[in-house]
Design a protein around this ligand. Structure first.
Ligand SMILES: Cc1cc2nc3c(=O)[nH]c(=O)nc-3n(C[C@H](O)[C@H](O)[C@H](O)COP(=O)(O)OP(=O)(O)OC[C@H]3O[C@@H](n4cnc5c(N)ncnc54)[C@H](O)[C@@H]3O)c2cc1C
Length: 310
């Protein structure tokens, strides 16, 4: 029988299971194909300093540990930084963004991304940031766990439960709220970028994250809603017009996929660990699951050690 039962195979559950397995503990992962994972919709940006525009200092500080964590465990983490640009009429947005954030430098965007030649006079470069392909990263964590003998199944948990169900835990955790995020996967062989490009806009900020084979993740809306229905026409139009503002060649891109995911969030938008009635839970990753799940999993290990449970 497994000592620990991690419920949920999103980024939180897989990071927790990985650290338990690395420490030699018996762990199982309980999965549910009926419950969608927000993790599959994520952009995969590991961008602590950019997030500092709206996130508390704690997120910026803790998030700096995530890129090394991922690099040590999965292939394909790109340490290329993030480029932030704004259309000429929204240039004051760039200045505002620069004041709200740290660890950046002013650059001519086309010096980093030749495809942007002549499009933006200046931009902000966050050299220390990274990105990954979330689906590939999760598959790699899962494969490593399975190779180490960790079972994945849909039966009842046999050990002490660590609840990593994301927004699906809301019925048991009423303070958990959903923040809907809509995204598209585009494919274009006419334009290439090496790093995430964030486009500032007073109403529709968006980002484009490059993936393999000319694919890009284009995201994302932020809507306070539990509605997990397909992407709205409005969101699609806004996202696509933002992509067009980054580069007109993207008008010819193919839309391979559209999706909407529910980010699980507490009131302060900072993740937390709870222990109630014998059940541990790690939740509230908000828009920072890939950025903060590794750190939250490490914090959980410390807490379990302090309580002599591992
Ligand atoms: C459009 C979009 C873009 C994003 N971009 C980024 C980004 O660039 N960087 C970043 O760091 N974060 C990003 N995020 C946020 C990130 O995706 C979330 O914070 C993260 O996915 C939350 O992970 P989780 O594992 O807690 O929840 P989820 O990914 O939702 O996983 C929950 C898991 O629990 C399982 N489950 C639920 N109920 C049960 C049950 N009863 N039994 C068994 N299993 C169950 C589900 O099947 C699922 O696998 C983005 C989110 C969205 C929507």
């Amino acid at each position: 029988m497994s000592r620990w039962s991690v419920i949920g195979d999103g980024v939180t559950g897989l990071c927790v299971a990985t650290l338990l397995a690395e420490r030699g503990h018996t762990v199982e992962v309980i999965t549910s194909p009926q419950h969608a994972a927000a993790s599959h919709l994520a952009g995969g940006m590991l961008a602590p300093w950019c997030e500092g525009e709206s996130a508390p200092a704690e997120v910026v500080e803790l998030g700096q540990r995530s890129a090394p964590w991922w690099s040590a465990r999965v292939k394909g983490v790109a340490h290329q930084g993030t480029l932030v640009v704004a259309p000429p009429r929204d240039a004051p947005e760039l200045t505002r963004f620069s004041r709200m954030t740290h660890a950046h430098q002013w650059v001519e965007p086309d010096s980093l991304e030749p495809a942007l030649e002549g499009r933006f006079a200046r931009g902000l470069f966050f050299a220390g940031e990274a990105h990954l392909d979330p689906r590939s990263a999760l598959l790699q964590l899962r494969a490593a766990l399975q190779l180490g003998g960790v079972p994945f199944h849909q039966d009842k948990p046999g050990g002490t439960v660590i609840d990593c169900r994301g927004i699906h835990a809301a019925p048991d955790q009423p303070a958990l709220r959903a923040v809907r995020g809509e995204m598209l996967i585009l494919q274009s062989h006419d334009v290439a970028f090496s790093r995430p490009i964030r486009l500032l806009h007073p109403r529709f900020p968006c980002y484009l994250v490059p993936r393999a084979e000319g694919r890009f993740m284009l995201g994302a809306t932020m809507v306070e809603s539990h509605d997990s229905s397909p992407v709205s026409a409005r969101a699609m139009m806004e996202l696509l017009s933002a992509a067009y503002a980054i580069h007109p060649a993207l008008a010819e891109a193919r839309v391979l996929e559209s999706g909407s995911g529910l980010r699980p969030a507490w009131r302060n938008n900072v993740p937390a660990i709870h222990h109630r009635n014998g059940v541990w839970s790690v939740n509230g990753m908000y828009r920072h699951g890939f950025l903060l799940a590794p750190v939250m999993a490490e914090k959980l290990m410390q807490q379990l050690m302090q309580e002599n449970l591992i």
